[in-house]
Design a protein around this ligand. Structure first.
Ligand code: ATP
Ligand code: MG
Length: 594
């Protein structure tokens, strides 16, 4: 286990408090969460969402959900929509009122001399809030900013191929070689850049580069590319643009345009920070300028948190899709029944550190369990049934027992469950040849049927192959609540479902997606995929009240775990959200679960 405690629960929050105390942004706090719409969001993104929206909420500020949609090759409108949906799901009841505000009127087209800011305060009305911001809305403004850099002699058009640019950049210890086009005149640069924009040149033939320092120890400052040519349709701007800004150029300026104060990102962007500052400083923009702050990304055992790798699982059909319940995506967790509050509690619990660490998947499950224990209604279900017959109850006799819906929540009340002579119990709850300390049902042994009678097993009936197919028991008919032997103690209690009233259901049990705790290490992550990550059980028996279970609602199946009703309407399918207890082995491989 490589867990390191966070160095400070909130070093970013401390900096924000200091900025507020110094009045740096006039008391304003404005953060953003900037996903690229090239995949669905995962639990790592959830950490960033909770951090950014949480800061906005606690500081009375705003947080923009901004699509970083500057690379049309990999992006897609469907991802934009799913990202909005996933963010809303995670924060809707918590920080939705922190979403940034809509511009007053249409977005002005920047003319290069001026820029625009979104309102930083104003109506707190939900209708005044903007569901999503788009870097592509700023393409005109960004272009004008680039022209301004060219005019200042701080950017030039370079004709080297991308491979040449890469090669000439050098390495931290080896000096870079300047572009042969570095000293072009401003007039020539302006002309060429305008023609790049008009689509005169093919992909890859030219770039716009910042003129910084080819000997800088930080290679990101060695005349980084700001714009490249891409004759590709963009999902929002269509065919209007033939040049697209690079991340580093678009990001700091999008932050600036939106009036962001704290641009919070993961540690790999630390080396980009001098460039972030260089661009804003070089444009001599009015202050205060946004500042970038970095924190350690979330790493989680037994899964991968990279959109590229998750996309591969989807494309190669290793999983059902982005929302497969085994996926660490927000969509997968939602479908699996993880409550948004549990995901947020997890993000809170792991803290925000400056050093990379790896969190146990078990901690996420622990947070899910904690939330569901409080909220989930209890139900009876038998996953692997075997028949139990109470021989001293008459055929066709219907009794009802009362069961508590949630012992953690008296307001959840209780319900009546039918009980009869023939019941289903878990096959596992009977052992013909029990190990020591086996307190469930065994030949000649007694067990309490939860909320009902104590029964004693008199006979195990077998089929021709020698498999036990039916258990014949006698009940102590005074042992139910209110009876004379109600308080008689037996060591084991098992759950059951009355056969005459049971509903058929399917259950899907999930295990870790990867067998190795660190699938990213030691070769291709596909080699670590867990072949037993999904087990489908048919012929499960559940109590009749579950007929009305709504899709997406999680129940605790007593003694078994938490299960969510799937979207299938025509039949009952339950997905296991999480087991009741942590059964992860400390050495790391996924356990064999019942
Ligand atoms: P991936 O590596 O999965 O493709 P990404 O960083 O490319 O992720 P973006 O859409 O660019 O994905 O991420 C949006 C924001 O989420 C960024 O600010 C990024 O720093 C943050 N983020 C991404 N992955 C994690 C993670 N594992 N933990 C915390 N924050 C993350
Ligand atoms: Mg990224």
């Amino acid at each position: 286990m490589s867990e390191t405690p966070p160095i400070s629960q909130n070093f970013i929050r401390e900096r924000i408090a200091a900025d507020l105390a110094e009045g740096r942004y006039g008391g304003r706090i404005h953060t953003r969460f900037p996903p690229e719409p090239n995949g669905r969001l995962h639990i790592g993104h959830a950490k960033s969402i909770c951090l950014n929206f949480g800061i906005a909420r606690d500081a009375g500020g705003l947080c923009n959900l901004r699509m970083d949609d500057t690379n049309p090759v990999k992006e897609d409108l469907a991802y934009v929509n799913s990202i909005v949906e996933d963010v809303r799901w995670l924060i809707a009841d918590w920080a939705d009122d922190r979403l940034g505000l809509k511009p007053e009127g249409a977005l002005p087209q920047a003319d290069g001399a001026d820029f625009f800011l979104f309102p930083a305060s104003g109506s707190a009305d939900r209708a005044a809030r903007r569901e999503a911001f788009f870097a592509s809305d700023y393409f005109d403004a960004l272009y004008e900013f680039a022209v301004r850099l060219v005019k200042k002699g701080k950017a030039y058009v370079c004709d080297h191929t991308p491979e040449e640019v890469d090669r000439m950049r050098g390495a931290p210890e080896a000096a870079g070689r300047p572009s042969a086009y570095r000293d072009r005149s401003v007039a020539e640069n302006l002309d060429l850049f305008a023609r790049m924009k008009e689509g005169e040149f093919p992909d890859g033939s030219r770039t716009l580069r910042a003129k910084i320092n080819m000997d800088a120890p930080n290679v990101w400052l060695r005349d980084p590319v700001l714009y490249r040519i891409r004759h590709t349709e963009h999902h929002r701007t269509g065919r209007r643009w033939r040049i697209y800004p690079m991340y580093d150029f678009a990001h700091c300026l999008s932050d600036y345009i939106e009036g962001i104060t704290h641009s919070i990102c993961t540690l790999e962007f630390e080396v980009h920070r001098p460039l972030y500052d260089w661009i804003l400083e070089s444009l001599e923009l009015p202050r205060p300028l946004p500042r970038q702050h970095e924190f350690a990304r979330l790493n989680l055992t037994h899964t991968v948190l990279s959109k590229r790798k998750l996309l591969r699982l989807v494309e190669e059909k290793r999983v059902e899709g982005w929302d497969d319940p085994r996926m660490p995506t927000i969509a997968g967790m939602r479908r699996r029944g993880y409550p948004a509050a549990a995901v947020r509690a997890f993000c809170e619990r792991i803290g925000v550190a400056k050093r990379e660490n790896t969190i146990e998947f078990a901690l996420l499950e622990h947070c899910v369990r904690e939330e569901l224990n409080r909220t989930a209604l209890r139900r009876f279900a038998v996953l692997r049934p075997i028949k139990l017959v109470i021989t001293n109850l008459p055929e066709g006799r219907l009794e009802e027992v009362t069961a508590t819906n949630n012992p953690e929540d008296p307001a959840a009340g209780s319900r009546a469950i039918p009980f009869g002579r023939e019941l289903w119990i878990e096959r596992d709850d009977f052992a013909e040849d029990p190990p020591p300390k086996y307190f469930r049902l065994k030949p000649g042994g007694e067990v309490r049927l939860k909320n009902a009678y104590i029964v004693k097993c008199e006979e195990a009936i077998k089929d021709e192959a020698g498999n036990v197919v039916e258990l014949r028991c006698v009940a102590d008919l005074d042992s139910k609540t209110g009876g004379t032997t109600a308080n008689r103690k037996v060591k084991g209690t098992i759950h059951w479902v009355a056969a005459a009233h049971a509903l058929d259901a399917e259950a899907r049990l999930y295990e870790a997606l990867y067998t190795r705790p660190d699938p990213d290490k030691g070769g291709d992550d596909l080699s670590a995929l867990n072949p037993n990550s999904l087990e489908t059980l048919r012929g499960c028996k559940v109590e009749p009240s579950l007929a009305e279970a709504a899709p997406g609602v999680v129940f605790q199946f007593e003694r078994l775990g938490y299960f969510v009703r799937s979207e299938e309407k025509e039949r009952l399918v339950f997905l296991r959200t999480v087991t009741l207890r942590d059964s992860w082995s400390k050495v790391g491989h996924p356990p064999a679960r019942p």
